[in-house]
Design a binder for this molecule. Structure first.
Ligand SMILES: *Cc1c(COP(=O)(O)O)cnc(C)c1O
Length: 222
C-alpha cells in the first residue's frame, strides 16, 4: 500500500477549494504518519476510543474530524481537541457538544448530517426534520458550536445517476438552508460529500469537503 502515492493521486483530482478529510479509521498510527509526512493535516475517525488514542500519540497540529455517529456520552472526551464534528444528527447532540465545548472554552464547528440515500439508516436528519429543528430556533442560543454546513452519504450503488441525484439534492438543500437560516453566517459554507467510490461525482455536484479512506489507506480489516 503506497499511502503517499494514493494521497497524491486523490489530491490531484480535487480542485483547490475542495478539502480532503483522510479517513484513517481502523488503520494504525503508522498509516496516519505516512500521510502526515506527505503534508496531509486533516484526518477523520468514527470511534471515540480509537480517535482519542491516536490524538494522544500523533502530532498536535492534526485537525481531527469526527465523522461517525457520536453518542452524547462520548462528546466530553473529544471536546477538548476535535476540529469538527461532521455528523450531528439531532438537536440533543448539538446541545451536548455546546455544553462540553463551553467547559473547555471552545467553539466547535459542526455539520448537520442529512439523510439523502435510498438506503435505510438510523442516522441523519431528513430534510423536513432538519428544517423543523432550525425553525424551532433554540440552536441560535448555542454559543459554543458553529453550524458550518451539511454532510451526507449517497447510496452505495453503481448507479452513477442515482448517486449524482442524491448529491445534487444535498447541494440544493444546503442552498435552501443558507438562504433561509444562514444568510448572515460566513461559517455556513461546507458541503461534505464524497467517499472513496464516489468522490469525483461529489466534486462535480459541488462538494467542498470529501471524506476518503480506503482509496488512500487500503481496505479496512474490520
Ligand atoms: C468510513 C467513512 C468514510 C470513508 O469511507 P471510504 O469508502 O473508505 O472512503 C467516509 N465517511 C464516513 C461517514 C465514513 O464512516
Amino acid at each position: 500500500m503506497d499511502i503517499q502515492k494514493n494521497l497524491k493521486e486523490v489530491l490531484s483530482q480535487l480542485p483547490p477549494h475542495v478539502r480532503l478529510v483522510a479517513v484513517s479509521k481502523f488503520h494504525p498510527n503508522e498509516a496516519v504518519e505516512a500521510a502526515y509526512a506527505a503534508g496531509q493535516r486533516i484526518f477523520g475517525e468514527s470511534k471515540e476510543q480509537e480517535l482519542s488514542r491516536k490524538q494522544a500519540a500523533l502530532p498536535k497540529d492534526i485537525e481531527w474530524h469526527f465523522i461517525g455517529h457520536l453518542q452524547t456520552n462520548k462528546v466530553k472526551y473529544i471536546a477538548p481537541y476535535i476540529a469538527m464534528i461532521d455528523a450531528v444528527d439531532s438537536y440533543k447532540l448539538l446541545a451536548e457538544i455546546n455544553r462540553q465545548a463551553e467547559k473547555c472554552g471552545r467553539v466547535i464547528p459542526c455539520l448537520l448530517e442529512i439523510h439523502i440515500a435510498e438506503e435505510d439508516t438510523k442516522y441523519g436528519f431528513t430534510f423536513e426534520s432538519c428544517r423543523q429543528m432550525l425553525r424551532e430556533g433554540r440552536w441560535r442560543e448555542l454559543d459554543h458550536v458553529v453550524i458550518s454546513g451539511v454532510m451526507g452519504m449517497a447510496t452505495n450503488t453503481d448507479n452513477e445517476d442515482e448517486i449524482r441525484r442524491e448529491f445534487r439534492s444535498l447541494h440544493t438543500f444546503f442552498t435552501e438552508l443558507k438562504d433561509t437560516f444562514f444568510s448572515d453566517s460566513e461559517a455556513f459554507r461546507e458541503i461534505s460529500m464524497g467517499m472513496s467510490h464516489d468522490y469525483p461525482l461529489a466534486v462535480g455536484e459541488g462538494s467542498t469537503m470529501v471524506r476518503v479512506g480506503s482509496r488512500i489507506f487500503g481496505e479496512r480489516g474490520y
